[in-house]
Design a protein around this ligand. Structure first.
Ligand code: SF4
Length: 641
């Protein structure tokens, strides 16, 4: 019997209505660890190139981290992987909460959903007993109602469920999968993939156990780390104010994308900050994921005014940027309402806000008339319009709802008039998250190379800001000199991005939250020790970083097989061509030429061909990806040196 892992993969074929389970191969655990790593292996093996992501040929994979379900700090995360709907490329999302731990206690590390049902169904997993059940009474219900009905139907308030809302049912291209009310596998349209399979929810109850090989030593290390985390200044701030803490400061320093990146600050930013939510009593509870000693999640309510009765998990920083500053709205209660709507309808808040911001700019340029927007005055700062248009997107209502449900890239392609220039997506097609990559160069590179598109959760190189002594230390470790801890440099960004990529891949494979920062997520020695003590298999820091590289490379190869090349590793037009307009960042742009130099060095470090960006055969073999090399060779996608 394996320690740490539950030891089984569950396969559910919704077309054939067949359920089977297989032993989790030990060699996969050693090569890919778990979570994101094993998900990437399954995706590569099971998805044929060129399939429609909304067809039954796509697979939807849920993977718990190798340490999920243990009490290692903040280790309860689950990765959801499939071929993405917005991009037609690789997609992975990391989701917090309690669902992953519950799944492991029910006996499974991964679930692979294949095929598609004709009628709405949900999957009920009760300690190793698995059923596909009718969900016709759940279809059309929002996330909150779905959770309540499932708890009542199953007679158990403690079940854990992931589900889609109406946005997923209506195949909105950026529909998300929600885990309870606080967690989302948010980006790239995995909710639409679940909707295309007519799968409304997966409810789980587990009361089994996991085995830890060396429990005393493991617990000693766990307590030590929990103590360190609780005394860590960044963690204290996350607990107090959540990820939206400091928004006013970002705006004051011109580091808060606003008005669709036409500005980097907004008057009234303090009203959408985590501090304001605490001071004014909107924050009702602080919430943590399984085994988390940080508790960055929020639960907020609006007690009075136009939006009285609003309540939801969040908002996170990315939400207050996307449904606040980038659409020009600083009305706290409207932003909380917009957040609630996205959460219960099952929409990714980032893509929702950034797509609406594109529409607002299109409207402000006179390209949209009121007829195009179904009578809504869709201009920046119009909180009422924001709140009105979100349900229209989820239900694909009217001209504007149906158009914006396609995401900014496809909407701009339909509308024309150069509107692609202010659609904040790169060639891959995912809406850019809340950083201005014109003047934060490590982020710019990491956004460009992210296989799922332009966002921060592939590699977040926050240390390049040099905000803390720990940040300087890590920059010195990577580059040899702490002077490179400035986001304005382009030198050494490739080295920094590559280091963090490996850390991120391992962190996701183990199930850790990246907010464990310098104490776990960015310290491969600590992650190796935890995994070794839990599993009884010796992993060194070097082993883990090599596994991280293997995962990153396999994800890259998925995109290569789909036809992606170097031209996909770019940034939105505005970021590369339109300088930041004001403040200390005025004039900054990350030009194609500047990005190109960082990319050259990045591909060189990875031993990928700089012309195509494809990995060389020798690189794949060195990483133990021989079968990937063979398949790419057949497709003539192995570059010659
Ligand atoms: S820090 Fe926040 S996101 Fe991370 S595990 Fe804890 S509650 Fe979840």
């Amino acid at each position: 019997m394996m320690c740490a892992w539950a030891g089984k993969i569950l396969y559910v074929d919704l077309t054939k209505e067949k359920i089977r389970e297989k032993e989790l191969p030990k060699e996969w655990c050693i090569k890919f660890i778990g979570g994101r790593g094993i998900n990437a292996k399954l995706l590569w093996d099971l998805v044929k190139p060129g399939i429609d992501p909304l067809s039954p040929d796509n697979v939807l994979i849920f993977g718990t981290g190798a340490l999920t379900g243990t009490n290692a700090p903040s280790s309860g995360r689950t990765t959801v992987t499939c071929k993405g709907v917005l991009t037609n490329l690789y997609l992975k999302c990391s989701m917090g909460g309690y669902w992953g731990a519950e799944l492991k206690y029910a006996g499974y590390d991964h679930i692979v959903i294949m095929g598609a049902s004709k009628d709405p169904v949900y999957i009920w997993i009760n300690n190793g007993e698995v059923e596909i059940r009718d969900a016709s009474h759940l279809w059309g219900k929002d996330v909150r109602e779905t959770n309540k009905i499932l708890q009542s139907d199953l007679g158990d308030r403690d079940i854990q469920a992931v589900c889609i809302g109406p946005a997923g049912e209506n195949l909105v291209k950026y529909a998300c999968i929600m885990g309870s009310f606080y967690n989302a596998a948010a980006r790239g349209g995995c909710g639409a993939v679940m909707g295309s399979k007519k799968l409304k929810a997966i409810a789980v109850r587990g009361s089994g156990e996991l085995t830890i090989k060396y429990p005393d030593k493991f617990m000693e290390l766990v307590y030590n780390l929990k103590g360190k985390l609780q005394n860590y200044v960044r963690v204290k701030r996350l607990y107090m104010y959540g990820t939206a803490g400091g928004v006013k400061g970002y705006s004051d320093f011109y580091d808060l994308p606003s008005f669709n990146w036409q500005k980097d600050r907004i008057d009234g930013a303090e009203k959408i900050s985590g501090e304001y939510l605490v001071e004014k009593g909107y924050l009702k509870r602080r919430v943590g994921c399984f085994s988390c000693s940080i508790s960055c999640h929020r639960y907020t309510e609006v007690d009075h005014g136009l939006y009285a009765g609003t309540f939801s998990g969040g908002p996170e920083y990315e939400t207050v940027f996307a449904l606040g500053s980038t659409v020009g709205v600083t009305d706290t209660e409207a932003v909380l309402k917009a957040n609630e709507l996205c959460n219960i309808l099952g929409l990714d808040t980032i893509s929702t806000g950034v797509t609406i911001a594109w529409a607002m700019e299109t409207y402000s340029r006179g390209i949209f008339s009121k007829e195009d927007t179904d009578g809504i005055e869709l201009k920046f700062g119009n909180a009422d319009a924001l709140v009105k248009v979100i349900p229209m997107i989820a239900y694909r209502q009217g001209k504007i709802g149906n158009l914006l449900a396609e995401g900014a890239k496809r909407a701009a392609e339909q509308i024309g008039h150069d509107s692609w220039k202010w659609a904040m997506v790169n060639s891959k097609g995912l809406e850019h998250s809340g950083v201005d990559t014109r003047f934060v160069k490590g982020y710019a590179l990491s956004f460009a190379v992210n296989p799922r598109g332009c966002d921060h959760l592939h590699t977040q190189v926050i240390c390049e800001y040099g905000y803390s002594p720990e940040a300087f230390k890590i920059i010195e470790k990577i580059t040899g000199d702490k002077k490179w801890a400035s986001p304005r440099y382009t030198e050494y960004r490739a080295e920094i991005v590559r280091y963090y990529e490996d850390c991120y891949a391992v962190t996701d494979a183990l199930g850790f939250c990246t907010f464990t920062g310098y104490y776990i997520h960015e310290d491969p020695d600590v992650m190796a020790e935890l995994l070794s003590l839990a599993s009884g298999i010796t992993f060194t820091a070097t082993d883990l970083m090599n596994i991280g590289r293997r995962i990153i490379t396999l994800e890259k190869c998925f995109n290569v097989r789909e036809g992606a090349d170097r031209s996909y590793d770019d940034l939105p037009w505005r970021i590369m061509n339109e300088p930041a307009p004001e403040g200390p960042v005025k004039g900054y742009v990350t030009s194609l030429n500047e990005l190109g130099k960082m990319l050259d060095r990045y591909y060189e470090l990875h031993e990928w061909d700089p012309k195509t960006s494809w990995p060389y055969k020798e690189t794949l073999i060195k990483l133990g990806l021989e079968e990937v090399a063979e398949e790419l060779a057949k497709l003539d996608k192995l570059p010659k040196r």
